[in-house]
Design a binder for this molecule. Structure first.
Ligand code: NAP
Length: 312
């Protein structure tokens, strides 16, 4: 493994984070303005109480609502929070300076002067990885972010971003990718290993497969809305996975969700489960601070080896 740079070391110390897409998103997550806010606030509070302080948001989540809520909560707590947000590469954003401009918008919504991690949300159709990184580097130089990351960058693009930043003496801090027991593409195609080699923190999004790995959904009880149809096929393959998760959960006094998250921790990645309320956030925080055995990791590998979450 490459030496982890001093600037990015804090990210490698985080075992589990908290995803904030749910905080404002009505389409997939059914957010209701006002009504959901108290639950979300409690999810934030309990997370900090349980030691989860890395929070992942994005300018596009709830069209800025997620950043606004996070900013409001941060103002009302004494506890330190690590903020990660993202630049969305809209096709009309083709100047490198669009990036610091967008980040200033995020900072304003959150009422803070800088963030801990600024990520490019998706590859851009109009800016190369090199050009994107030029804009990201401006954010570092202006003191708007402590570190820089990418998201949904597979190996070739990630290496281009890594090299472009390296030329300016800036480490690529992280890559945020879908990764869970039901979606092991990044493990199988070598991206996870490459990140470890280069000291890039691998951040696993949708670590509970959008709720499927909590054990509460089945063919008879599918998730509501878009998720129900998107996951129709994978729900059929779920029972042996949930059974294995339950067995491991029982032997450690944990829950199915906590085991699913712990498997990711054991693989050397940081899961950022999304939580809508205190109960979910508290349970998810318990995905860290312990380790399943190597045999248990191997059993979960085996039962999920041929499953692919085709909704992505
Ligand atoms: N970079 C990207 O392109 C990208 C893409 C997607 C997500 N993300 C980030 O990754 C985070 C997590 O991914 P995700 O939100 O897609 O999926 P996820 O974390 O796998 O699933 C979150 C959902 O699962 C259910 N859930 C969570 N914890 C639970 C628990 N303990 N018990 C029962 N149900 C529970 C909740 O939905 P229900 O209660 O409705 O079932 C929750 O909204 C996001 O919040 C976001 O920050 C990034």
């Amino acid at each position: 493994m490459n030496e982890v740079s001093n600037e990015t070391r804090f990210l490698h110390a985080v075992e589990v984070g908290l995803g904030a897409w749910q905080w404002g998103d009505r389409v997939l997550w059914g957010y209701k303005p006002g009504q959901s806010d108290e639950d979300i606030r409690k999810a934030f509070d309990i997370s900090l109480e349980m030691g989860v302080r890395f929070i992942d948001t994005a300018e596009v989540y709830g069209s800025g609502r997620s950043e606004r809520l996070l900013g409001q909560f941060i103002k009302e707590t004494e506890q330190p929070v690590l903020i990660a947000t993202k630049f969305f590469p809209m096709p009309w954003r083709f100047y490198k300076n669009s990036i610091p401009t967008a980040l200033k918008g995020s900072l304003e919504r959150m009422g803070v002067s800088s963030v801990d991690l600024y990520q490019v949300h998706w590859p851009s159709v109009v800016m190369s990885p090199e050009k994107l990184m030029e804009g990201m580097a401006v954010c570092i130089k202006e003191g708007l972010t402590r570190t820089i990351g990418v998201s949904n960058f597979w190996e070739t693009r990630m290496l281009r971003a890594y090299s472009a930043l390296a030329q300016q003496g800036i480490p690529l801090a992280s890559n945020q990718i879908p990764y869970s027991l039901l979606n092991r593409e990044a493990e199988k195609n070598g991206l996870l290993a490459r990140c470890k080699e280069l000291g890039i923190r691998f951040i696993a999004y949708s670590p509970l497969s959008q709720g499927l790995l909590t054990g509460k959904y089945s063919v008879a009880n599918p998730p509501a809305g878009v998720r129900g149809s998107a996951y129709a096929d994978v729900l059929k393959k779920l029972p042996p996975v949930v059974k294995a998760l339950q067995e491991i959960a029982q032997s450690h006094g944990k829950t199915v969700s906590q085991v699913a998250l712990n498997w990711i921790v054991c693989k050397g990645a940081m899961p950022i489960p999304g939580a809508k309320n205190a109960k979910q956030a508290e349970e998810n925080a318990g995905g860290s601070g312990w380790r399943m055995t190597n045999d248990e990791v191997a059993l979960l590998d085996e039962v999920t080896d041929n499953i692919r979450d085709y909704s992505k």
